[in-house]
Design a protein around this ligand. Sequence first.
Ligand code: MG
Length: 230
Amino acid sequence: MRGIVFDIDDTLYCRQDMLVKAAEAVLGVKVSDWSRFIAIFYEKSDINMAALESGEITTRDINGWRYNETFRLLGLPYKPDDGVLAADAYLELQSHMALSEDMKKALDRFASDKDTKLAILTAGESKHQWNKVDMLGLDKWFDRQNVIVTGEAGISKPDVRLCRMLENKLGLEPGELWMIGDNYDKDITGAIDSGWHSVWINRRCLPAPERMPDIEVRTDEELTKVLIEL
Ligand SMILES: [Mg+2]
């Protein structure tokens, strides 16, 4: 028996493109360096995660702030309201988001394997993350009992207690579990500290850390190929 635990954002679906497209639509300019835009936006994302999880600030407000900070640092022309407008445009794009056909195939295969249990561990505000579960139709493959949103658990990634909660939910030992995630500090270090296996989707091609996951991939194509063979 084994358990495969997925992060949602930039793991089950790619949200990076939507983030930049929303900014371009609001500012009316082309962002020339998408990878730098994403790098700054994500750096800012890590700063206020705890306040977001505790409900002190909303996803709209924090995304508005992240956008404005990114605009400022990239020297893009913006007005103070553009951040939340971009956050709204991003939410609108998210309402059309979907899993790739390859990801659906990989999940179908896991779901039909009686020796595999599936779960989700995702960081953020409860309502916002559950909306994504619904919009992506994840019910088809994941039992809602086996979904942990950190905003509800009151613990932030990479706290190992989140992994212990999942071990209890699934009735599995640490060595039987795999974490699949894109954020090295949040997803992968927690898995390594918990004695889990891990697959790191290193989308931003960050340099190799000291403690490596079992498997590193860089694109969605590589990820689904690895999942099919896992
Ligand atoms: Mg993620």
